[in-house]
Design a protein around this ligand. Sequence first.
Ligand code: GDP
Ligand code: MG
Length: 424
Amino acid sequence: MASTAIVGINWGDEGKGRMVDLLTERFDMVVRYQGGGNAGHTVINEYGKFALHLLPSGIFRKGVVNILGNGVALDPESLMNEIGDVAAKGVAVTPDNLKISERASLLLPWHKLLDGLEEQRLADKKYGSTKQGIAPFYSDKYQKKTIMAGELFYPDVLENRLKDLMEWKNLTIEKVYGAEPYTWEQIKAWLDTACEAIKPFICDTGKLLRRAQKEGKRILFEAQLGSLRDLDMGIYPMTTSSNTIAAFAPVGAGVAGADIRQIVGVVKAYSTCVGEGPFVCEMFGEEAERLREAGAEYGAKTGRPRRVGPVDLVATRYGVEMQGATKIALTKLDVLSDMARIPVCVRYKVNGQETDDFPFPTELDRAEPVIEYAEGWQRDISGARRWEELPQAAQNYVLMIEKAVGCPIAYVSVGAERESIIVR
Ligand code: GDP
Ligand code: MG
């Protein structure tokens, strides 16, 4: 398989982790190019069940080199905890199979604090942040007020830089939020523990990847979240603070000329959304509760119940376009097996007019879903491994989505386990 990006088409939690874990078999390297520890990528394989936050989902495959690119929000403390968690289940993480870009910026201790303080200040107007410090981190990165991982190797320069940053940040912490400022002892302790621990993993990963590409190695670019959470193309301001789309992968991985031939867009067979923000196709009441239960839709990172709805053809078509997806992996088809008829959001109605186009974010609050129903199959399909083994109604449902979004569905996932997949 040529170099490939695996991306989310919708609001996130489409099953990217599951697809990366499956497909890594055919790759030499897996790179996370954006986002941070706010991800929750579920992987179930021979080692057990994992919710990966920052570690690339190729970490379970022997011989695969996993990379945290310059575009990620690198929280040394969370990363070391996560490495500890997977190591406890028998997965060795060493500088051979995990490499951190020397250009990845560090998520500093105050980023998490400020994330929480701002959500508290916003009260009922909050964004629904996972409080992993992501928004304060990216704001500071673009303000050039954080440090790069590689700077850890220059302690004399670093201490003064960090002291200046702390002094600046304490102004906001104390004077804006009235909270307790940081002391240098606290920051020094963080440097001496978590930062010290990640040092062996840090190197020039951009150079490594560029060389790998020249040598014809296969690289997999793993996105976090989905198209609709992309900072530029998503439902701003209810987006994340980084670019989730495949077009950003070359930047966030440090391979300007990345030769990405395939973009696999992961779409769930129905819709889910964690946190606040417009979600036009949202279902409520008993019908929603049944779908949430059937799909076990509770956040992998936060445990929050996910909002649910039918598959949204308008949002999905837009997501596919924003990603430039060349193939779709449709996940969780098995979850719909009990339904006699399956709701589908086919269009939106905005200001009394029906439309196929995904509206400007401000209009989303006024949009209503137009629902039609597809025939259900009411049969367990979790054992299907070939397209022909799917009931006709299930095949029709897949084909209906494929036609509506204009992108071939190459994979149909019918269970969370690695082997529960149909390759078309
Ligand atoms: P990600 O953030 O895109 O990696 O997705 P998450 O891991 O947050 O959420 C996807 C959830 O669906 C996880 O609990 C997976 O184990 C589960 N899952 C993935 N594919 C399937 C599938 O085809 N069927 C079922 N029943 N569960 C699936
Ligand atoms: Mg997730």
